[in-house]
Design a protein around this ligand. Sequence first.
Ligand SMILES: [Zn+2]
Length: 340
Amino acid sequence: MRGVVMYAPGDVRVEDVPDATIIEPTDAVIRVSATCICGSDLWPYRGLQQVRGPSPMGHEYIGVVEQIGGAVRDIKVGDSVVGSFVASDNTCEICRAGYQSRCIHQVMIGSIGTQAELARIPLADGTLVPVPGEPTEAQKVSLLAASDVLGTGWFAAVAVEAGPGKTVAVVGDGAVGLLAILAAKRLGAERIIAMSRHADRQALAKTFGATDIVEERGADGVAAIKELTGGYGAHSVIEAVGTQEAMLQAIGATRPGGHIGYVGVSHGVELSGADLFFATVHLHGGPAPVRRFLPMLVDLIMTGEINPGAVFDMTLPLDRADDGYRAMDERRAIKVLLTM
Ligand SMILES: [Zn+2]
């Protein structure tokens, strides 16, 4: 099968690799219908995360089940499925509490790779969610967004208790930040402030429900949020970047008693205990338990209630994945869809 392999920062190749096969009896193998490049794939691409030899890439996927292991009960060959970037049994105490991304049997799908024609999905019964009916092409794209960026944005919006009467600020205008706006809007937030300095991303943020745009960053960004909120700061701030600057911006922009949802994969963030102590905020984040939200998100997509697929602004065949990485690295694309 064809599959994306990262050899070193900036060195992404599409090669013939061995076909994905069943290894554990709880596995399924899916024929990938579409996959995509994640902002988190850019950390190793930029050399900010170690690449340990040639590595398969990708953790977002929709597809059709091609094979199942002997212990798979609920997922059938031929099912159209979507799953999250962490395989989970969905039965342990952590999963049942809604934190499937930290299942005690978790397997990171990124270590297996889904930027390929076939993908092995561990713990298939717990991980995969069948899609009812035949999705349209547009719905397929939205289901792919649900696999990570929509689910992650949704978790962030839930983590910050976005809802009626709340002002939600979003740090980061990548796909996760933009879809966190969509989620906050669906959850009933009154005011949603997108922090972005790119006209195309600002426009999409408004489409998804942003009411205000703040272009300033750092201390100026914090001051702008304070000014928009009568000096208080936002009730809820979503941090969808993962850098020191973004995290400090989130903490500074949150009012005492407010909530911060941090879902950008943390790189080099160091916080002062005293600053945290006096911030007096709720901090909740981490790898999003996308599986918790997937059945609901699949339903919202298949009934036409939401269109998260709008975050994909570039589509390339799998064999041109290298161009896709470059486009995202240079911020010429928000999110790149890879077709088979
Ligand atoms: Zn579990």
